[in-house]
Design a protein around this ligand. Structure first.
Ligand code: AMP
Length: 210
């Protein structure tokens, strides 16, 4: 199944996407993770993206769409995908419908005040990407429970102005996606204020309904 996860930063998109990917046996594709890996490995793509990601601005469509298209054409996507962070605007939405159309769009709904609280508490494993925060603390401070990697704060979570910019952008861009997927009959809205397992069960139920 081709699934898009949507929601404000801090709504749990990354965590829920990873859990769904494992349960359904399809790849979790996060455009933000792909950029962070490329920035860490100092690739040309990383160099091009970093000026935007550090400021909380969107990377230009030409770069993101080509990158997403390359990833979506790999053979492990034959059974479907969980997309996290893509599409983010009307141009990307149209490109995705052309490349591999969406069959289910899940919108994790959370108010901005709670999202900001979660983002400022968020840390993640620099090695495997597992996310920790107010709802999930690592057993040993600074160390990933899953792989022993060091936990780090995302650059774009360190700066209140960058957080606000990402939330403002989200509100500007999300409307067109929601209206389109609603029209297509594949949109499911899920309250994201509950704990990880509660939200996960709601996501599973939502997918079965489509
Ligand atoms: P995320 O991990 O989804 O919050 O993404 C982190 C950063 O990567 C964003 O703030 C953007 O700078 C960039 N990014 C990720 N996905 C996209 C996208 N679909 N379009 C443009 N920029 C993106």
């Amino acid at each position: 199944m081709n699934i898009v996860m949507m929601g404000v930063q801090g709504s749990g998109k990354g965590t829920q996407s990873k859990m769904l990917a494992e349960k359904l046996g399809i790849p979790h594709i996060s455009t933000g993770d792909i950029f962070r890996d490329n920035i860490k490995n100092k690739t040309e793509l990383g160099r091009q993206a970093q000026v935007y990601t550090d400021q909380g601005a969107l990377v230009p469509d030409s770069i993101v769409i080509n990158m997403a298209q390359d990833r979506l054409r790999q053979s492990d996507v034959d059974k479907g995908y969980i997309l996290d962070g893509f599409p983010r605007n009307g141009v990307q939405l149209a490109a995705l419908e052309y490349i591999k159309p969406v069959e289910s769009a899940i919108l994790l709904e959370l108010d901005d005040a709670t999202a900001i609280k979660r983002l400022t508490a968020r840390i993640l494993c620099g090695k495997c990407g597992v996310i920790y925060g107010a709802n999930r603390a690592p057993k040993t401070v600074g160390v990933c429970d899953e792989c022993g990697g060091a936990l780090v704060e995302r650059n774009d979570d360190k700066d209140a102005a960058a957080i606000q910019k990402r939330l403002d952008l989200y509100h500007q861009e999300i409307d067109i996606l929601v209206r389109y997927y609603e029209w297509k009959g594949v949109l499911r809205r899920i309250p994201a204020s509950g704990n990880v397992d509660e939200v996960f069960n709601l996501c599973l139920k939502a997918i079965k309904q489509i």
